[in-house]
Design a protein around this ligand. Structure first.
Ligand code: E4P
Length: 218
């Protein structure tokens, strides 16, 4: 399973990269705004900075909502770096833009996916990634993991090569459960990735090993 980090914060991206487990980055307009990155020029430069750090795919989301606008914007984003994956919303124009990009060798990530039907359409349109939003479904008392399971079955039935990119991860158990189901990728805040490392018995065990070592080496 690949690990992407879901942030536009360069320090967090560096930290995840330095850990040696980072396979890519996803961003969205809210995450860019959170970092205070505004204006087209600054946004494009910020994507370039992210691409310098990370070795894998970097999702950059279009702001346009019509087909022509998405195509224009997506081409501009894709030109920045080979790592750029154009992130497109799951709308009628988004599906058409996805098909256009996949037919023209541009990688896509179809975002804001909340149903198996939407995921099926994204795969038909040739998306490289589909992003079901796990946490946002859980937030409204709907089983987000069940959606990931449904998409896994559908994609396996027809050997679609679209990658299931489990998004809107809220905690380490989301990551573990996505791994059990067979999501291809998770995109997560740094805190949930770091949460996978921690275990109190590891801390207690290490403390004991070190104190025993000190006793024996006085
Ligand atoms: C996915 O690519 C989105 O950027 C993200 O995972 C949304 O997460 P949120 O629901 O925590 O905003």
């Amino acid at each position: 399973m690949k690990f992407f980090i879901d942030t536009a914060n360069l320090n967090e991206i560096k930290e995840a990269h330095d850990l040696g487990v980072l396979d890519g980055v996803t961003t969205n307009p809210s995450l860019m705004a959170k970092e205070g990155i505004t204006g087209k020029k600054n946004i494009l430069n910020h994507y370039l900075e992210i691409c310098k750090i990370v070795d894998g795919d970097v999702s950059a989301e279009v702001i346009s909502t019509d087909f022509d606008g998405m195509v224009k914007e997506g081409k501009e984003l894709a030109k920045l770096d080979d790592k750029i994956t154009v992130k497109i919303p799951m709308t009628k124009d988004g599906v058409k833009a996805c098909k256009y990009f996949s037919s023209n060798g541009i990688k896509t990530n179809v975002t804001l996916v909340f149903s198996a039907g939407q995921a099926l359409i994204a795969a038909k349109a040739g998306a490289k990634y589909v992003s079901p939003f796990l946490g946002r479904l859980d937030d409204i008392s709907t089983d987000g993991l069940n959606l990931i399971e449904e998409i896994r079955i559908i994609y396996d039935n027809y050997l679609f090569d679209t990658n299931i990119l489990a998004a809107s991860i809220r905690h380490p158990m989301h990551i573990i459960n996505c791994a059990k189901i067979g999501a291809d990728v998770i995109t997560s805040p740094l805190s949930s990735i770091m949460g996978l490392i921690k275990h109190p018995l590891t801390d207690i065990g290490l403390e004991k090993f070190l104190s025993d070592y000190k006793k024996g080496n006085k």
